[in-house]
Design a protein around this ligand. Structure first.
Ligand SMILES: NC(=O)C1=CN([C@@H]2O[C@H](COP(=O)(O)OP(=O)(O)OC[C@H]3O[C@@H](n4cnc5c(N)ncnc54)[C@H](O)[C@@H]3O)[C@@H](O)[C@H]2O)[C@@H](O)CC1
Ligand SMILES: [K+]
Length: 460
């Protein structure tokens, strides 16, 4: 489940310092980085003629190493620089290149362009003329490669500090950075390839990787596999969708406590009509219940508030979604819950927290003692103990009504199966993304539960 580690610019510098402290000379690390990137670019672009754009820092240094190594492979390489090289390693890399260095302002385009202007050291947006040149030369190339990061993106937040063109490929050196996964920066390249350079990286924050799931054991029965209760409300469809998703998530049983009469749907879901808060309390007075999901279709009126209060009071493990996130205050969230807020719900619950989406999710999780799935094209899953998983590249077709209800049901189901909120949240986000990929294009939320068994089977 743990994917590649994600390091901030400061953590990256610390990891590099640790390598230097172990006896590796500065320039040797730059050679490693340049060699890793050159090998990746070679596979992508082969012998096509190339222009390498080199900035003043170590990102530019990587560029000179790449230029030299690909020239050795027979590529017709030209180099254009933005000023002098300012670090000892990049000065040495430029000297080892030894070939002509053109001016970035006047260099002619090539079939391949390598952006080695700025990486993790970017401190402000590119000057307008430089950003425009980068844009022109990138658009003119059929093969465009960004070294470490596209120049102009802020490493830790994924914000664009100046106009950034779209690259075919981004080579992440040593570790992923937040900007590789967080939007808008994550939208500045088609493909991301990780180039290891032999640094030791902490993996408290990592890219969401494929989970390892388990088939039920021989002694399993419906209650040991987890009973999920879904408390519905005024909008019947949302809770039904969540219940349907929970029932295809691997859980043993799903009970839907809804205000409407039983509607057509999978007969495996036990449907019980529940009207008042007192009815909810009675329905949830069942110690076989592993997890209660509340929020999808709950409503926001006084009756909904009462149903929610009765649900919280019942004392089961909670998954809180949608209207529950609008009705509850952050300090009323029971510890050990899982929350699934989108941007608006997150801001309402936690206010305008500073930092990146990763930082905000982490602070929120620590504040309320719950696992937070901060949804979006770049969903961030944060645990109260500081662990974070960032899910990259979800299908954009997920931006349709009801997919949040499906995710909530899936989170409830996985929590009932595993009993571990961070693990359950991570598994659910992965399976949701994979179900969407399997559903293809222009699907509706109702299609996703049908795709879940195959997504689960692929991870056993
Ligand atoms: N330390 C090393 O030897 C290694 C460094 N690596 C590379 O080095 C990069 C980081 O290098 P640096 O820390 O030198 O940083 P950068 O090369 O990203 O840029 C820093 C330089 O650019 C200047 N600068 C920042 N923003 C600017 C702007 N908008 N306009 C004009 N100048 C600006 C800074 O004052 C500084 O001189 C990584 O992204 C990676 O590509 C990695 O290859 C690993 C090895
Ligand atoms: K770059």
């Amino acid at each position: 489940m743990t994917g590649a580690p994600i390091l901030t610019a400061a953590q990256m510098r610390a990891a590099e310092q640790a390598v230097f402290a172990s006896g590796v000379p500065d320039y040797a690390l730059m050679e490693r980085a340049g060699a890793a990137a050159a090998a990746i670019i070679w596979r992508a672009g082969g012998l096509r003629d190339m222009l390498v754009l080199c900035g003043p820092g170590n990102n530019g240094g990587d560029g000179y190493v790449i230029a030299r190594l690909l020239r050795e492979r027979g590529v017709a390489v030209r180099v254009a620089a933005l000023g002098e090289s300012r670090t000892p390693s990049s000065q040495r890399a430029r000297a080892e290149w030894g070939g002509p260095v053109e001016d970035l302002a006047t260099a002619a385009p090539a079939t391949q362009v390598v952006d080695a202007l700025f990486g993790t050291g970017l401190s402000r947006g590119l000057d307008a003329a430089v950003a425009a040149r980068l844009g022109e030369l990138t658009q003119a190339a059929s093969h465009s490669h960004a070294i470490d990061l596209p120049s102009g993106v802020e490493t830790d937040s994924g914000a664009l500090l100046s106009a950034v063109p779209r690259f075919r490929l981004c080579v992440a050196l040593g570790a992923l950075k937040p900007a590789h996964l967080l939007y808008p920066a994550a939208g500045c390249f088609d493909r991301l390839i990780y180039g290891p350079i032999g640094i030791a990286a902490p993996d408290q924050v990592h890219r969401l990787g494929p989970p390892r799931l388990m088939a039920p054991g021989v002694e399993a029965h419906k209650y040991t596999r987890g009973l999920v209760a879904v408390v519905g409300g005024a909008m019947a469809g949302a809770a039904r969708l969540a219940a349907q998703s929970a029932s295809s998530s691997g859980a043993g049983m799903v009970r839907l406590f809804a205000m409407d009469e039983a509607a057509a749907g999978p007969d495996a879901i036990i449907h019980q009509q529940v009207q008042t808060a007192a009815d909810v309390a009675i329905a949830l007075d069942d110690e076989r219940i592993a997890v209660v999901l509340v929020g999808p279709g709950l409503g926001r009126d006084a009756a909904a508030r009462d149903r929610l209060a009765a649900t919280v009071t019942a004392g089961h493990r909670l998954v809180l979604d949608a209207d529950a996130l609008t009705l509850l205050a952050a300090d009323a969230i029971p510890q050990g819950s899982i929350l699934t807020p989108h941007e608006g719900e997150f801001r309402r619950l936690f206010g305008d927290l500073p930092g990146s989406k990763i930082d905000r999710a982490r602070v929120a999780a620590a504040q309320c003692g719950a696992v937070v799935i901060y949804k979006g094209a770049d969903s961030v899953i944060a645990a109260p103990d500081g662990r974070v998983a960032v899910a990259a590249g979800a299908s954009t077709w997920l931006s349709t009504a009801g997919t949040g209800d499906v995710l909530a049901g899936l989170v409830g189901g996985r929590l009932a199966v595993t009993g571990d909120p961070f693990r359950a949240a991570s598994e659910a986000v992965w399976l949701h993304g994979d179900a969407a990929r399997r559903a293809g294009a222009a699907f509706v939320a109702d299609d996703l539960p049908d795709a879940l068994p195959a997504a689960i089977a692929a991870r056993l």
